[in-house]
Write a protein that binds this ligand. Structure first.
Ligand code: FES
Length: 253
């Protein structure tokens, strides 16, 4: 017996995903030998339209890729980058994993949550201050290790890095965002907004040279290279890989 979520999706009469998004979804599907592999970028495309993965978004992906809604839901609910509630103009992710937490990440999260909360009620994980999608609205979330431990404590705005944070710097940052400003991240691309970044994560990038040069510029820093530098200074090297090292058998599929 099939449940409604296992049946093929029919296109609703009012579809928030117009012909242009449908065409882009098909471009994504064409990038892979098996169309279903395009599900991850397609979910980002859906988020670029609505600011989250709605039930309509799940049905849209299912129709585009000939999957059931249950299959799409299973993926969309597994990864934390797919949001189940509409996000603010900006998504602020504070790393509260062990290293950042010990360096002050917990304090930063607590301060932001109290600062952005209203009527004495701190803003909770994945809650939004302001009308989702409207200018100045912010969604706050705890994040696991953001892969920038050498700059901890860190936070991200729309996945762009703000390194070496303090509670005071983080409060200044969110206040600037609420005023409509776009402070420059410590490295990487200039700040835009959550939905624009979701389009990039879907694989559609701005066509301008400034964007490219910001993204392609070197991102190593002294802190990142400290281990390599120490090894070089002390003459340490890793044992060379022998030319005849046995490799594990890989079963042909
Ligand atoms: S623990 Fe925060 S970036 Fe790794």
């Amino acid at each position: 017996m099939t449940t409604p979520s296992q049946q093929p999706s029919k296109k609703p009469e009012t579809d928030p995903f117009g012909p242009e998004i449908e065409e882009q979804a098909q471009q994504l599907a064409a990038r892979y030998p098996q169309a279903r592999s395009a599900l991850l970028p397609m979910l980002h495309l859906v988020q670029s339209v609505q600011g989250y993965v709605s039930q309509e978004g799940i049905a849209f992906c299912a129709r585009q890729l000939d999957l059931t809604e249950a299959e799409v839901s299973a993926v969309a609910t597994f990864y934390t980058m797919y949001k189940r509630k509409p996000c603010g103009e900006h998504l602020v992710s504070v790393c509260t994993n062990t290293l950042c937490a010990a360096l002050g990440g917990d304090e930063i999260y607590k301060r932001l949550s109290e600062h952005l909360g209203e009527d004495g009620k701190p803003l909770g994980h994945e809650e939004t201050v302001g009308e989702p999608g409207e200018p100045g609205s912010i969604t706050l979330e705890h994040a696991e290790c953001l892969a920038a431990c050498d700059f901890g404590p860190v936070l991200q705005v729309n996945y762009e890095y703000f390194d070496n944070q303090t509670p005071e710097k983080a409060v200044e940052l969110v206040d600037a965002l609420r005023r409509g400003e776009k402070p420059q991240p410590t490295r990487g691309a200039p700040l835009t907004d959550f939905r624009s970044v979701e389009r990039q994560l879907a694989g559609f990038f701005p066509e301008d040279d400034v964007f490219r040069s910001d993204v392609d510029s070197p991102s190593q820093a002294v802190e990142t290279l400290r281990g390599a530098q120490l090894a070089a200074d002390r003459g340490w090297t890793a044992p060379a890989m022998p030319d005849d090292a046995p490799l594990p058998e890989v079963e042909a599929k």
